[in-house]
Design a binder for this molecule. Structure first.
Ligand SMILES: [Cu+2]
Length: 230
């Protein structure tokens, strides 16, 4: 390959570098579409990086009921678990709670966060508790511990969210973080095989991956044209 000038060579090298090392997207939004295998229980979580932590919302609660077990624990517990469900449905495949500081399963005192596992959302912010009329209101709060990038040994990427009924895992969903692909997967992040109307159509990682491929192909074409012109 002959280059007419050092400037042309540098331009070509720059194009190759730009194609090979796309800048890492800032991770700032995630979501989890949580459901039971048969779709009896549904919940939709969002996670947004904000000043001072992670803004978390929980909406679309369906199918949760008041029963003896729930009354005993004053609601449903829920947590960020360490692993996604993988290609097959299974709340048991999600491992334990996200606990990068090895706090362990001791009771979480929300007034002393060092006593809480990072992923113990209900321990820190309260269970999903029904109101007197039996409905479950939407939940929103800011968690000061969760992050998409910190700590180095336990950021909130490649995880899942699990809802419990008196300890039993009744519903779960992979935590999809926009711009992040779970290592060893094609970016689909697994699926629980259920469908419902709570997942916004615009969300998901497949679209951005396709866009990247198209962009990459276009850049390759530009490089090819550039080389032919030399
Ligand atoms: Cu859990």
């Amino acid at each position: 390959m002959l280059f007419k000038s050092a400037a042309a060579l540098l331009t070509f090298a720059g194009l190759v570098a730009a194609q090979g090392a796309a800048p890492a997207a800032e991770l700032k939004h995630g979501f989890a579409n949580v459901s039971s295998l048969n779709g009896d229980y549904l919940a939709y979580f969002t996670f947004d990086k904000v000043e001072g932590g992670m803004n978390i919302t929980l909406t679309g609660l369906k199918g949760l009921t008041i029963n003896a077990a729930v009354n005993k624990t004053a609601g449903y517990e829920y947590h960020v678990h360490v692993t996604p469900m993988g290609p097959k449905y299974g709340c048991m495949a999600t491992g334990g709670h996200l606990d990068p500081f090895n706090v362990g399963p001791a009771p979480c005192n929300p007034k002393n966060l060092t006593s809480c596992q990072t992923g113990d959302l209900s321990g820190k912010h309260g269970n999903i508790v029904p109101t007197e009329d039996g409905t479950f209101p939407a939940i929103q709060y800011i968690d000061t511990q969760l992050s998409f990038t910190e700590p180095a040994n336990g950021p909130m990427v490649g995880r899942s969210v699990v809802i419990h009924n008196n300890g039993t895992r009744i519903a779960c969903g992979d935590l999809i973080v926009e711009g992040y692909t779970v290592p060893g997967t094609n970016g689909t992040n697994g699926t629980n095989g259920t469908t419902d109307g709570t997942k916004p159509a615009a969300e998901g990682t497949g679209k951005s991956s396709a866009a990247k491929l198209v962009g990459s192909a276009a850049l390759t074409g530009v490089v090819a044209l550039f080389m032919m012109a030399l």
